[in-house]
Design a binder for this molecule. Structure first.
Ligand SMILES: N[C@@H](CCC[C@H](N)C(=O)O)C(=O)O
Length: 280
């Protein structure tokens, strides 16, 4: 923590995209306070602010900014579609533009605001090879009960197609699949049902965060899996617990579109940061 943070606290923003909620720290000034312990402390819904993911904005030499993601258990994530949309929306407002580029662990991504106000991001091409996901079996024929499919979007996803996603015991099955030995880096877990042509209902157990109301990369992975299984075309509407998202799997990548919201801006006081620094 630098002197300014110690004196005045650490500024942050709270945002959400279809109920997937984020704390966002703008670290472009060079301040770099985030550690696994601080991420866990801020993510604590009782003693902290609470979030599904923490997104840290950093400077970029090749794009408008760089984003780094942390889960509420203090682990890092390579992709977060909804936080990318939320931060891009805010950044487009700051820059007075309707499109921008950013870099993440995946490389350069592009975001734009549509005429209807929804925000889209190109999440890049899906990763369909076992080593890239990573998963230790054929991604389209996993030896797991329920015949799930694995797809990577810069982070791993294991997708089950079920008759009724509403009826799935997310907290019972989710953690078992998250920690399944076939996924060496753990996995996000999605359950989806086809509710109409090119229309899915999806619920999610996120790696490092548990049940969330939406997951952008998971929505993209689910739409790609549905298309590969011949259940849908390449443009799919996905209803998640927190709202509606749209996926368009194009030649240039998988576009994710949906709502974004700024909730509030505040500061973490120095005493909170000091307590977090003392916590292992
Ligand atoms: N909510 C996110 C996904 C966040 C990362 C995930 N939990 C992981 O560990 O890979 C999204 O909108 O994509």
């Amino acid at each position: 923590m630098n002197v300014q943070s110690a004196l005045s606290g650490l500024p942050f923003m709270k945002m959400h995209g279809a109920g997937n909620d984020f704390v966002v720290i703008d670290a472009r000034s060079g301040d770099d306070p985030v550690t696994p312990a601080l991420a866990r402390a801020i993510g604590d819904r009782h003693r902290g602010v609470g979030f599904d993911q923490l997104a840290v904005i950093r400077p970029s030499e090749s794009a408008d900014f760089t984003l780094e993601f942390w889960n509420s258990d203090g682990s890092r994530a390579g992709a977060c579609g909804n936080a990318t949309r939320c931060v891009s929306d805010w950044m487009m407002g700051q820059l007075g533009r309707d499109s921008l580029s950013l870099t993440t662990e995946r490389g350069t991504l592009f975001a734009r605001r549509r005429a209807d106000g929804l925000v889209s991001v190109n999440m890049g091409a899906p990763i369909l090879e076992a080593a890239g996901i990573p998963v230790l079996a054929d991604p389209m024929a996993l030896p797991i009960e329920g015949d799930p499919v694995a797809v990577g979007m810069g982070n791993p996803h294991c997708i089950f197609f079920v008759p009724d996603a509403e009826a799935v015991d997310l907290t019972g099955i989710g953690p078992r699949i998250e920690h399944h030995p076939l996924f060496p880096e753990r996995t996000n877990v999605e359950f989806a049902s086809l509710t109409a042509p090119d229309h899915l209902r999806m619920r999610v157990w996120e790696r490092g965060a548990g049940v969330t109301l939406a997951c952008g990369s998971g929505t993209c992975a689910t739409a790609v899996a549905a298309c590969l299984k011949g259940l849908t075309g390449r443009h799919v509407i996905v209803d998640v617990d927190g709202g509606r998202l749209e996926v368009d799997w194009r030649e240039d990548g998988v576009w994710l579109t949906g709502p974004t919201a700024m909730v509030f801006e505040s500061r973490l006081p120095a005493a909170f940061l000091a307590r977090a620094a003392e916590t292992p």
